[in-house]
Design a protein around this ligand. Structure first.
Ligand SMILES: Cc1cc2nc3c(=O)[nH]c(=O)nc-3n(C[C@H](O)[C@H](O)[C@H](O)COP(=O)(O)O)c2cc1C
Length: 162
């Protein structure tokens, strides 16, 4: 199993991805844009809105691993304006998902939107299982709202079936 995640604000998504990584001893890789986002949180929120509205796909660095070599790929994104972060869209469109099992997960601040549905629409030909949304606080901060227990249950269910 490979875990691929994108995390820019507080490392919220990174935290969840690392929990999975520890539980499964899986490989892990981070999606990064070539041009880093800069400015205040609110500036990034505004830039993100423009990018999502325009369907922008930022250029991303090549991953440290080759997703083609894995049968199961967990994909984690923070929520950007009710959908996945643009960098995740760039990544998903760069891979062939046929025959793979994708585990989509998101972090959000209370407005999860249609992230999981959008990931499913882009990963053509994949099977999906164990989708998960983890809520953090509504101000874009690092305080986890979803209880740890729910995350543990999610991991246990994955272990039961994989
Ligand atoms: C550009 C941008 C847009 C966001 N849009 C949403 C949103 O639509 N719904 C929501 O619940 N949270 C939204 N957030 C909050 C983040 O999804 C949330 O804080 C997430 O956990 C951040 O993850 P990270 O620390 O891994 O980047 C947005 C944050 C940013 C930077």
């Amino acid at each position: 199993m490979l875990i691929v995640y994108y995390s820019v604000s507080n490392g919220n998504t990174k935290r969840i991805a690392e929990q999975l990584q520890k539980a499964f001893g899986a490989d892990i890789a981070q999606i990064e844009t070539i041009k880093p986002y800069s400015g205040s949180y609110n500036e990034i929120v505004d830039q993100g809105k423009r990018e999502v509205d325009q369907g922008y796909r930022p250029a991303i660095k090549s991953l440290s691993v080759n997703p083609a070599e894995y049968g199961v790929v967990a994909i984690g994104t923070s929520t950007w304006w009710y959908t996945m972060a643009p960098a995740v869209l760039s990544f998903l469109e760069s891979c062939d998902w046929k025959g793979k099992t994708v585990i989509p997960f998101q972090t959000h601040g209370g407005w999860p939107g249609h992230v999981i549905k959008d990931i499913k629409a882009v990963c053509k030909g994949a099977d999906f299982s164990h989708e998960m949304a983890v809520q953090f606080d509504s101000t874009g901060g690092a305080e986890q709202v979803t209880p740890d227990k729910e995350i543990e249950t999610w991991i246990k269910q994955m272990k039961g079936e994989n």
